[in-house]
Design a binder for this molecule. Structure first.
Ligand code: ADP
Ligand code: MG
Length: 625
């Protein structure tokens, strides 16, 4: 897009306007902002020369919150008002975060909408508000550096983030006064940073080992488009665990036992963190910690000992790698590149293990801390219009299937899991009862066959369907998932055109372990589900038949049936009603078929009579018409 600036009098120069756009990696541990300047993507530094902004916010009773390193440094003194790892709570409900919340030092209160709030001296703070503070800080830093207001930002989110988590991220941006050009999956951003989108077609793995989480994603690049084929991970495995493990080792070595005061423990973890990072380049580090009695313990840790200590943690990252490959139906031979993301991939042993597992050297040329923000900046530059004609379409997948409830408590899946987005899928449904004028649409997420086992996202009603015979109305339900992964559902009755729609904004979402459980359950219960599904379908069919037969008897038994026929039909009807209670599909089916058999003549007779009635008194051209 080329715009002309209005010139001051005397100024004749016409400039092509450069839009200010940034990419933001809103991390669990650290957040970064980057931009494209003079055709080159770079992370922006703050006044202290740091490009890392710890994702920590400290609240005060009577002053604005502080964000970043200053807040992180205060975490020891003021743990209850210093909020870290808010990303873990973003877009989650109180019930969703119970296990996470237990591990966090904060006090929670629940709001009306089911969102958890953190109690601080500044009042109850939502995770969205905490994230907004971080975004605001980065935005101000970027505006000061770039010398103007931002036109927009691309914010990255984990590939597994569900609808609610993405929505919460967008809400945080809105709260910060930041225009979101697009939410972009973190692994996709990393692949863009490496320019894998301008290379040949291929399959790439993004291995992201950060501060508190591990994520692996498999991306396929083909015909100019990135598609996330599979994602897996461990939401409670990261650099923090390495620090804790090393701290435990330190405690044991220094002979510290029993209850350790919280602040003392924090210092020891801090020492462990320093040692870990030093061992990336050094072969050994000197360690010193204070014991409870105030003496100083000193020791040495070699890289080899460190590696032996943390090997089990590294091995734990390979499990999700295996799972993601299996989900995508691939082997390591299919992988073209492995991209390293996250501070913990600096650890040389991590690189070795990843290289060994995938059978190729991982890509590490771009700083693994910066790679996501850099990719987001490149994408932001394009989306804001600084590179006319260079539109890149980035596709992601949905983590769980989306569908609606149909008769009998069954789920009809419209968009299967791992479908690339944006996507629009539609399916036609019909009415179950004669004269039905409304239809309730229940939107569900999950892999199981039954509504009871799925997660309810929303309900809405389509009203004003013209009364018709059961099965005559044609209701088209459309699911649309946009490029940010947000879902909207609409329903339209095709013969009359009545329409209704809903944008799905659940107040909270699923935890990734819930997602995994739902996936695991779906495999475990697959056979059982099929059986249940068949039973439900049979029950729906039979209910329909019973209703039709009862209506027909009421209307036409007199005059169209002999007494004997009537008795036979009623007996078959009673038997079917009985058998329905048995939940035995074979028995129900037998009774169903019998009722159909004994009513077939009756049905034929009724049809003839009613057709004749309908035709009588009408002119031929009306009938042909
Ligand atoms: P997140 O994406 O979760 O916000 P980052 O990618 O910023 O996290 O990673 C932060 C983690 O990386 C921290 O646990 C930090 O200790 C670790 N880390 C940073 N540098 C190194 C290093 N040189 N060696 C080992 N770990 C490191
Ligand atoms: Mg990260």
């Amino acid at each position: 897009m080329v715009l002309f600036q209005i010139s001051e009098p005397g100024e004749t120069q016409l400039q092509r306007q450069h839009h200010l756009a940034v990419g933001i990696d809103l991390g669990t541990t650290n957040s970064l902002v980057a931009t494209v300047r003079d055709g080159h993507a770079e992370t922006l530094v703050n006044a202290h020369g740091d490009y890392h902004c710890p994702s920590v916010v400290r609240y005060f009773a009577d002053a604005p919150p502080v964000v970043g390193q200053e807040a992180k440094d205060a975490a020891y003194q003021d743990p209850l008002n210093t909020i870290a790892s808010a990303k873990r709570l973003l877009g989650r409900g109180v019930a969703d975060i119970e296990t996470t919340a237990n591990r966090l030092p904060y006090e929670f209160s629940s709001s009306d909408c089911g969102m958890p709030y953190i109690k601080t001296v500044a009042g109850n703070i939502s995770p969205v508000a905490v994230s907004a503070e971080i975004l605001k800080k980065l935005m101000e830093q970027a505006e000061a550096d770039l010398g103007g207001e931002l036109d927009g930002a691309v914010i990255t989110v984990p590939a597994y983030f569900d609808d609610a988590q993405r929505q919460a991220t967008k809400d945080a941006a809105r709260l910060a006064g930041l225009k979101v050009l697009r939410l972009l999956n973190e692994p996709t951003a990393a692949a863009v940073a490496y320019g894998l989108d301008s290379g040949s077609e291929g399959i790439h793995v993004v291995y992201d080992f950060g501060g508190g989480t591990f994520d692996v994603s498999i991306l396929r690049f083909s015909r100019g488009v990135f598609e996330v084929m599979a994602t897996a991970g461990d939401s409670s495995l990261g650099g923090d665990d390495v620090d804790r493990l090393l701290a435990e080792w330190l405690l044991a070595e220094a002979g510290l036992t029993g209850e350790i005061e919280h602040r003392h423990l924090r210092r020891i973890i801090g020492e462990a963190n320093r040692a870990k990072e030093a061992l990336t380049t050094a072969a050994s580090v000197q360690l010193s910690i204070e014991t409870q009695t105030g003496e100083v313990w000193q020791g040495v840790l070699t890289r080899a000992d460190f590696e032996a200590l943390i090997d089990p943690l590294i091995m734990r990252t390979l499990r999700p790698c295996r799972r993601a490959l299996r989900d995508a139906g691939l082997t390591t031979d299919d992988i073209q590149d492995v991209v390293m993301v996250g501070g913990s991939t600096r650890i040389p042993r991590v690189r070795e293990c990843v290289a060994e597992f995938f059978g190729r050297e991982p890509m590490v040329d771009i700083d693994p801390d910066k790679v996501v923000a850099v990719g987001a900046a490149i994408q932001a530059d394009i989306l804001v219009g600084n590179k006319p004609g260079d539109e890149m379409l980035l596709l992601d997948v949905i983590p769980l299937s989306l569908g609606i409830e149909t008769m009998g408590g069954l789920v009809e899946k419209l968009v299967p899991r791992n479908t690339t987005i944006p996507v629009v899928r539609a399916q036609e449904f019909t009415t179950f009862k004669d004269g039905q004028t409304a239809m309730s649409i229940h939107v569900l997420q999950g892999e199981r066959e039954l509504v009871a086992d799925s997660r309810s996202l929303a309900r809405f009603e389509l009203r004003g369907i013209p009364p018709m015979n059961a099965g005559a109305a044609r209701i088209r339900v459309t699911f649309q998932v946009d490029a940010d992964g947000l879902l909207s559902v609409s329903a339209r009755e095709l013969t009359s055109g009545v329409e209704s729609s809903i944008e799905i904004k659940p107040s909270y979402g699923l935890t990734d372990s819930e997602v995994e459980k739902m996936l695991a359950d779906s495999l475990l219960y697959a056979a059982e589900d099929v059986k249940k599904r068949r039973l439900h379908e049979q029950l729906v069919d039979s209910a329909r038949l019973i209703e039709a037969v009862e209506a027909a008897l009421k209307m036409d038994a007199d005059g169209m049936l002999t007494n004997k026929e009537c008795v036979t039909i009623k007996a078959a009807l009673t038997t079917l009603k009985d058998k329905i209670q048995s939940e035995d599909i074979a028995l129900i089916k037998a009774a169903h078929d019998k009722l159909e058999r004994v009513t077939s003549d009756f049905a034929a007779r009724r049809m003839n009579v009613h057709i004749n009635e309908a035709l009588s008194g009408k002119l031929l051209d009306q009938i042909i018409d």
